[in-house]
Design a protein around this ligand. Sequence first.
Ligand code: AIR
Length: 212
Amino acid sequence: MSDTLTAVQDRLREEAAADRPAVETPEVGIIMGSDSDLDVMMGSETGRPGAYDALTELGFAEQTADSSPDARFTFETYVVSAHRTPELMYTYAETAADRGLDVIIAGAGGKSADLPNMTASIAYPLPVIGVPVQEKSVPSVIGMPQGAPLVAVDAGKSFNAALSAVQMLAREHEQLRDRLQEYHNGLQDSVATTSQDLHSMGTEEFKQRRDS
Ligand code: AIR
């Protein structure tokens, strides 16, 4: 096994043994099969927004190896490949609860997108939200046998996976319920404003202004 792989796993195990208080540990773990999944899992300027965008919009900050943000709610991000680094997948999932995570968002692409389903089985009963990075990844992400649960979003919708993760956390944290409600109000307001503008300007002018 490579030294780096051993080091990453050792760090996960050390964090699991450290018994840190909940305010210091990330609530949400984002893992993806490859950094080629980043545009879907994080969100991209040219494509749709992703889990990173949703969490930061809701006031979460990213915890990195070298930074412990002041924000009360945080998330972490790792690349974990079910097929290239199965030991890392096992260690990540096995230590997740002891490391303080409350929910994992796991994304993988291709036709063998097994990271979400395997992580769900190993981390059980910790909830795992699966993100099929592409349309062709949907069957391998959601096809779980009875008794081995996984919740999943539609292909590419990691933004929704993050909202679902925060919904789970909001059962315990009122602040998060308020932030979700605020986000939802903003969403409704934006649809209503668009509707009002379209109806007042008429279709032709609305489209012209929107596209200019
Ligand atoms: N993948 C990586 N390890 C196992 C799997 N199934 C997936 C990644 C990515 C795709 O394979 O989630 O979507 C292609 O990865 P790459 O690194 O070749 O771009």
